[in-house]
Design a protein around this ligand. Structure first.
Ligand code: GCV
Length: 675
């Protein structure tokens, strides 16, 4: 007993020492031992979790947990009371109480339990879902944190403790669903033996109210079911899917539904049979409907054609608006190309109004330095969610077009994030990549949260409340996104990555016979006149897909925001930017500022050494060195290459290139496993 008291005293006096510095606990580093008395008004597995969490960690006295019927959103909750007389968490559902519980603990961890609490929270999006691009052999497409956490070989017999930890982490930030496997799906995922494994994971996640979905391959009836076709209008095919749905729901009664990548990047789909995306989605929706399941049908489609790739998803899907069943949601990537460091929003947001549309964000950093670069993505997603589409006049933000406020749909609202989770001890490779998982959950819960608010709460929970640490680390996080855009692809440049991976720069790549829309020159169009993709009405006319006044703003070079100028315009090297510099000089200064700002971010982290445990400090410090070197690599590669077209000097007051272009062209990274 004495030993226990001494240990507890030590724990509460020395918070950092309770945890190894490996980051495995994520933001859930509750310290100390709970002193709570917790009462519940009902029995239930999820309520029990709330009770246990509070008994273990709440320092503030009595808490009453109550599930009470009401018309409020089922996931909503209220927290009232104070630490002296007691706190009451009320929700129409058990999961709402759980979200309230984690919110209360979050307030405690961030030193924000102050006086009388009177909090009401309801989620922005009904479905807050992770998409794992995890293959059944446990490799992860675009995954940079080790192998998949789903141990298919061991299942269904052996249950990894990770499943439970994963569910808890997600529930703590309001994530309530997950797609377990890659959108590049194999038909085998629907075999009975696989479904029995999926069932075990679903059982593990259920108490935390995380619902399981699967990505499916459209050719499953032919490939798995051995039917002569997978044509969605074929009766046998529809029956095959119905039977498959029955089989799934027998094992997993609350199964969420299917995510589908069809007729995209070589995957099969309804167009193989002369049918439309709506035909395909509706056939699957009909199979799931009796069970309450939904279809998330991806709009990420493009083909090598004369049409600008940025226009293709809109062209394909707009004519189908209103033609989908009411349990279909169209899942659209934030930008019209593909998760680039910076893109304008995809015009399907606000464009499609009669069909539910959900944003797909990429948490894993496929195009943002893998898990080597520190970049806080709440900044990017905030910019996206608050972008004005003008579809119903001013203020029609992307968030409002998708969260049900402008266009309510009976299927509800949803938002997806491509997970950055793997079996690395710290889950995400880079300790700061945890903040992106965290931010996705928090923004899905409350799309109005600012990057500043999210960073603040994440830092306090993950590293501690010392202001000497919170202030600089917040600055580091909040500046990281602009910094990365500046050293990689400023001014609207996009997709100038290396051919066989998306890590380093290769604006020069030219591969004979390759799909032109997979080559950087397709996007940057550098020539003796200038740089950038002409998407104005005299170019590809992608601007026409946006509502007025946005289309006019983007169309006119003098009103187009300069952060998108090379996205929408082919700009002369000598074009005068708003600050009076030529476009060429501005490009140089942008790259240079990316490098300079990186040096500042490095300094900031070093100044935090005494506030962070040695293990996490060193890991981040050494990754920042890599990021710093990469920033110089990006700057030199892009400026030296584009200079071969501009034929203008790099302004003499900025850092000189330290590489030769020919040497940079020889760099070939062996990153195929990431491809
Ligand atoms: C899962 C990009 C990525 C692919 C990804 C695809 C998609 O092209 O590079 O790895 O495939 O997007 O989102 O379907």
């Amino acid at each position: 007993m004495k030993h226990l008291i001494v240990t507890l005293l030590f724990i509460s006096l020395c918070p950092l020492s309770v945890f190894a510095g490996n980051g495995h606990e994520l933001w859930l580093r509750y310290v100390g031992v709970g002193k709570a008395e917790v009462s519940v008004n009902k029995k239930g597995e999820t309520l029990k979790i709330s009770k246990t969490e509070l008994l273990n960690f709440w320092q503030g006295g009595k808490v009453k947990l109550q599930v009470k019927r009401s018309n409020a959103h089922p996931d909503s909750y209220t927290i009232t009371g104070n630490t002296t007389s007691g706190i009451v968490i009320t929700s129409p559902s058990e999961q709402g109480v759980l979200y309230g519980t984690y919110h209360l603990l979050r307030l405690q961890s961030t030193n924000s339990v102050d006086g009388e609490l009177n909090i009401t929270e309801a989620p922005s999006y009904d479905l807050r879902i992770l998409n794992h691009w995890d293959n059944l052999d446990r490799t992860v497409e675009r995954g940079y944190a080790g192998h998949s956490i789903w141990m298919w070989d061991e299942l269904p017999e052996k249950i990894s403790p990770r499943y439970h930890e994963y569910a808890r982490a997600n529930a703590s930030i309001g994530i309530n669903a997950t797609v377990l496997n890659n959108v590049n799906a194999t038909p085998q995922v629907l075999s009975h033996s696989m479904l029995e494994k999926v069932k075990v994971i679903a059982d593990e996640l259920r108490p935390y109210h995380v619902k399981v979905f699967l990505s499916i391959n459209f050719s499953s009836p032919a490939e798995l079911g051995k039917l002569p076709t997978s044509d969605p209008l074929n009766k046998q095919v529809a029956e095959w899917w119905q039977k498959k749905a029955d089989e799934i729901y027998k094992l997993i009664p609350d199964f969420g539904g299917f995510l589908v990548k069809a007729n995209s990047e070589g995957l099969p789909g309804p167009q193989d049979f002369g049918r439309t995306h709506a035909d395909g989605a509706n056939m699957l929706a009909d199979a799931l409907k009796p069970h309450g399941g939904i279809v998330m049908w991806r709009a990420f489609v493009y083909n090598p054609s004369k049409e600008d790739r940025a226009k293709q998803a809109y062209n394909e899907f707009m004519p189908l608006d209103g033609k989908f069943r009411d349990n279909v949601i169209i899942q659209v990537k934030n930008g019209p190309i593909d998760f680039q460091p910076r893109e304008p929003f995809n015009p399907l947001f606000g464009g499609m109004q009669k069909t539910a549309v959900m944003p797909e964000l990429q948490i894993t950093q496929e195009y943002l330095g893998f898990s080597n670069h520190l970049v806080f993505l709440a900044s990017m997603w905030h910019e996206f969610l608050t972008s004005d589409t003008y579809c119903s006049g001013e203020g029609s933000t992307v968030a409002k077009t998708t969260d049900g406020s402008l266009f309510p749909h009976s299927v509800g609202s949803a938002i997806a994030g491509v997970a950055n989770i793997g079996e690395d001890e710290n889950w995400t490779g880079h300790h700061f990549a945890q903040a992106n998982w965290y931010s996705f959950g928090r923004l899905a819960w409350d799309a109005t949260l600012t990057p500043d608010e999210i960073a603040d709460e994440w830092i306090r929970q993950t590293f501690g409340n010392s202001e000497e640490l919170v202030k600089p680390v917040k600055k580091l996080m909040l500046e990281s996104y602009e910094t990365l855009v500046s050293y990689m692809m400023p001014l609207g440049l996009h997709h100038i990555f290396a051919w066989n991976h998306h890590y380093g720069p290769e604006p020069w790549t030219a591969i004979e016979g390759a799909r032109p829309d997979w080559l950087p020159s397709y996007y940057h169009n550098a020539d003796s006149v200038g740089l950038g993709f002409d998407r104005t009405e005299t170019g590809s006319d992608a601007v026409v897909q946006y509502f007025s006044p946005l289309k006019e703003i983007f169309n006119n070079i003098s009103t187009c925001p300069e952060k998108f100028i090379l996205w929408f315009h082919h700009v002369n090297w000598t074009y005068k930017m708003k600050n009076g510099r030529t476009m060429w000089n501005e490009l140089c200064y942008q790259y240079d500022s990316g490098v300079k700002d990186m040096r500042e971010l490095q300094k900031i982290w070093d100044s935090c050494e005494s506030y962070v445990d040695a293990e996490r400090f060193r890991q981040v410090q050494s990754l920042l060195k890599i990021q710093m070197r990469d920033a110089v690599w990006w700057k030199d590669a892009c400026l030296l290459y584009f200079q071969t077209f501009s034929k203008m000097p790099i302004p003499y007051d900025i850092e000189r290139p330290i590489h030769e272009l020919d040497d940079l062209k020889k760099i070939k990274l062996d990153l195929k496993h990431h491809n």
